[in-house]
Ligand binder design. Structure first.
Ligand code: PMT
Length: 222
C-alpha cells in the first residue's frame, strides 16, 4: 500500500519528445516515447500528488487522475510549464526537449533543388529546466541527463551548473534509454548519490520518486 506522502502536493512533470517544424510536413524530433515521464506521473499519483503532466509527442494512454497537457514544440512546452509552475512543489523534467530548432519555419514545403547539400540554420530553444531552476520561488527541481558517454561526470556538472536539487542520469543510445520499457538510472544530489540500476521504467520511477520525496522533505520545501 502506497503511503500517500505527496497528498496535497502539486507535482509538475514533463515527458515525451518535442517537435520542431522545418516546413509544413517535416520536423526535427527524437526517439523519446514518454514512458519514463508517464511512469513518474503514475508513481506520483500513487503517492497522492496532484499531477500535471506536460507531454510532447507520445502514443501512451494518459495516466488516470493526472491533468494531461499535450504540447508540440519546445516553446509550447516552456510556455505550458511556466503557466503551471506557480505553487508547484516538485518539478521533474523527463522530456527530451530539442536544444535547437530551425531558425525559420518555411511556410511552403521545401523543394528539392539541384544542390547536393542543404544547410538548415538552427537556433537555441529555451532551456525549460534552467528557467525553472532560476525562479525565485522555485519548486524542488529534478532534471534528467541523457548522455551517450561520461554519464556521471556530465550529470554532476549539470547538477551544479543548473543548480538542481537532484538529477537522474541515464546512458542512452540507439537501443538504450529512449523508447524502451527498461532503463538504468544514476541519481545524484548535492552530497549524495544512488545507483538505481537497471529495471523496468515503472519500477525505476517508484524508486526515483522515493528519493525525491525523501530529499524534498529534508529541504525547506515542507
Ligand atoms: O521517453 P522515453 O522513451 O521513456 O525515454 C526516456 C528518456 C531517455 C527520454 C529520459 O529518461 C531522459 O533522459 N529524459 C531527458 C532527455 C534529455 O533531453 O536530456 P538532456 O541531457 O538533453 O537534457 C537535460 C535536462 O534538461 C532534461 O531534464 C531535459 O528535460 C531538460 N531540457 C533540455 C532542453 C531544453 N530546451 N529544456 C529542458 O528542460
Amino acid at each position: 500500500l502506497t503511503p500517500h506522502r505527496l497528498a496535497g502536493r502539486k507535482v509538475l512533470i514533463t515527458a515525451g519528445a518535442t517537435r520542431e517544424d522545418i516546413d509544413p510536413v517535416r520536423f526535427i524530433s527524437n526517439r523519446s516515447s514518454g514512458k519514463m515521464g508517464y511512469a513518474i506521473a503514475n508513481a506520483a499519483i500513487a503517492e497522492g500528488a496532484d499531477v500535471i503532466l506536460i507531454s510532447g509527442n507520445s502514443n501512451l494512454p494518459p495516466p488516470a487522475n493526472a491533468q494531461l497537457i499535450s504540447v508540440y514544440s519546445a516553446q509550447d512546452m516552456y510556455e505550458a510549464v511556466m503557466f503551471n509552475i506557480e505553487s508547484a512543489d516538485i518539478f521533474i523534467a523527463a522530456a527530451a526537449v530539442a536544444d535547437y530548432r530551425p531558425a525559420q519555419v518555411a511556410i511552403q514545403k521545401l523543394k528539392k533543388t539541384a544542390q547536393a547539400e542543404l544547410h538548415l540554420p538552427l537556433e537555441r530553444t529555451t532551456d525549460i529546466l534552467g528557467e525553472v531552476a532560476k525562479l525565485e520561488k522555485r519548486p524542488f527541481t529534478v532534471g534528467f541527463a541523457a548522455e551517450t558517454q561520461n554519464v556521471a561526470n556530465y550529470a554532476w556538472e549539470k547538477l551544479s551548473r543548473k543548480k538542481l536539487n537532484m538529477i537522474a542520469a541515464n546512458q542512452v543510445g540507439k537501443n538504450q534509454g529512449f523508447d524502451m520499457d527498461e532503463n538504468a538510472l544514476l541519481v545524484l544530489w548535492e552530497g549524495g548519490e544512488q545507483d538505481l540500476g537497471y529495471g523496468l521504467k515503472q519500477d525505476l520511477a517508484v524508486d526515483l520518486l522515493d528519493l525525491v520525496i525523501k530529499r524534498f522533505m529534508l529541504t525547506k520545501h515542507t
